[in-house]
Write a protein that binds this ligand. Structure first.
Ligand SMILES: Cc1ncc(COP(=O)(O)O)c(C=O)c1O
Length: 463
């Protein structure tokens, strides 16, 4: 059964029509999945449908319902699903060959060269930056980055930040703040010290806030000879915390942390797994802040089409590994390299970074007004194509908005818009649209979201 609450320029999508989810075919798939798959599965719990096909920014479920995808496979599908030019390249490479271990290949060489040239300060004459191909997940790159920093410095400690997310392997979950998922894992986070991230959380109203207190505290914690924190091997930092609830690192905070890392002789690892590849409007999010990383982790969007690939980029002077120090069978995905090269070209040819700026303006003007309409909307914030709406059930208490965020997400998916929740207690509704999403489609999807917020907050669905 469907009911309609508005009009869309994209009538064939039946946006604004409230579907009953899951549809019958999806229900069967979900039931089978529940029987056969691990209890750790996540997305289908809140997005209750099975996917039949997807193209561009549109997903079609097995019952024929269509959705605007504002999640992009958790930030993987930078140019949406199955971009036709990338699909053609993938098919050609599939015929040629697919798996190449870490052998040199033309596809890999081209991708490597194009990617290194994106690194600010890369000098092809002196090869001052290197690439390491990791196992095909973001967590594997983070794992490799920490190992490299430990070997390069001969130290053990790592500084990470509250709210940070770096993966769910044993090492990377130890760098991830989310306590619920660390429960029962004795010894996790050995050598890791968590410090408070940026000042956005402590000073949500940035206007007039005294950021210096925050950065002075961090500096004092890391430099105090009686402070109990040994000089670390690495400081790992996200420029914008994605899973942590779209928390934007303040410029002063980010540059202070970067300077501190260099002063302490620790390697600065910038985790660009979610923010990289243009998501925030520059190829690397750190570019805006003029900071000087030692190691950069990239994955997710890097192949342009969702074929897994994960790399470290690092300054050559840190190349202290022995042969075989970080291996992995799946480091030679030629389809990812071939499409990744083409993706880097398309970013320029199609003016994708300019389009990301247009996405930022569109989301900002469409969603930011809800902040002033409801006390329960604690904040609307974002950059480029990475946005969050933070809710608070009791306006004076943050981290209490999970019920509201999930109710809004649920109404949105039933009206044909896929979003995600994240942050503390899932209090933040998150948007990661494809970087080439059509702006009219985005506008309609944002109207679905604001309408859902209106309904949830005025009818008390979430109370
Ligand atoms: C910033 C960041 N680092 C690391 C990871 C882990 O990547 P993966 O899930 O591919 O292991 C993620 C995943 O969301 C991430 O957002």
């Amino acid at each position: 059964m469907t009911t309609t609450v508005g009009a869309s320029r994209h009538d064939n999508l039946e946006l604004f029509s409230t579907r009953t989810l899951p549809g019958p075919r999806s229900a069967r798939l979900l039931a089978d999945q529940e029987r056969q798959e691990s209890n750790a599965r996540t997305y289908p719990r809140r997005l209750p449908f099975g996917i039949a096909s997807a193209r561009g920014s549109i997903i079609t479920d097995v019952d024929g319902h269509r959705y605007v995808d504002l999640l992009s496979g958790a930030g993987v599908l930078a140019l949406g699903h199955s971009h036709p030019e990338l699909t053609a390249i993938a098919q050609r490479q599939l015929e040629l060959f697919v798996h190449g271990l870490d052998m040199p290949t033309p596809a890999k060489a081209e991708f490597t060269d194009k990617l290194l040239r994106r690194v600010p300060g890369y000098d092809s004459g002196s090869d001052n930056w290197k690439i390491h191909f990791c196992g095909p997940t973001g967590a594997n790159a983070v794992d490799a980055a920490v190992k490299l920093a430990r070997v390069a410095t001969g130290r053990h400690g790592v500084v990470s930040f509250q709210g940070g997310f770096h993966g769910t392997t044993h090492l990377t979950m130890g760098l991830t703040g989310l306590l619920a998922h660390r429960a029962g894992l004795a010894g996790i986070g050995d050598g890791v010290t968590f410090l408070p991230y940026s000042d956005n959380r402590n000073y949500p109203d940035q206007r007039g806030a005294d950021h210096r207190f925050h950065t002075t505290l961090i500096e004092s914690l890391l430099t105090d000879p009686n402070g109990g924190i040994p000089e670390p091997a690495a400081i790992i930092l996200e420029i914008v915390q994605g899973e942590g609830g779209v928390v934007l690192g303040d410029h002063n905070f980010l540059t202070t942390v970067a300077d501190l890392a260099h002063r302490l002789g620790a390697l600065l690892i910038i985790d660009e797994i979610q923010t990289g590849c243009g998501r925030t409007g520059t190829f690397f999010a750190y570019e805006r802040h003029g900071i000087r990383p030692d190691i950069v982790c990239l994955s997710k969007a890097l192949s342009g089409i969702g074929t897994p690939v994960s790399v470290l980029l690092y300054r050559s002077e840190h190349d202290v590994w022995q042969p075989g120090s970080h291996t992995g069978t799946f480091r030679g995905n030629q389809i990812a390299f071939a499409t990744g090269s083409a993706f880097l070209d398309l970013l320029d040819r199609d003016g994708i970074l300019d389009h990301v700026a247009a996405i930022e303006r569109a989301i900002d003007s469409s969603l930011s007004p809800v902040r002033d309409r409801y006390l329960e909307v604690h904040d609307v914030r974002g950059i480029g194509a990475m946005w969050g709406i933070e809710f608070a059930a009791t306006p004076d208490h943050r981290d209490t908005g999970g019920v509201i965020a999930k109710a809004v997400q649920s109404l949105c998916v039933r009206r044909g818009v896929v979003t995600e929740v994240g942050g503390r207690n899932d209090s933040v509704l998150r948007l990661l649209p494809p970087l080439n999403i059509d702006l009219d489609l985005l506008a309609d999807a944002c109207t679905v979201i604001t309408t859902a917020i209106d309904e949830v907050l005025t009818t008390g669905v979430a109370q």
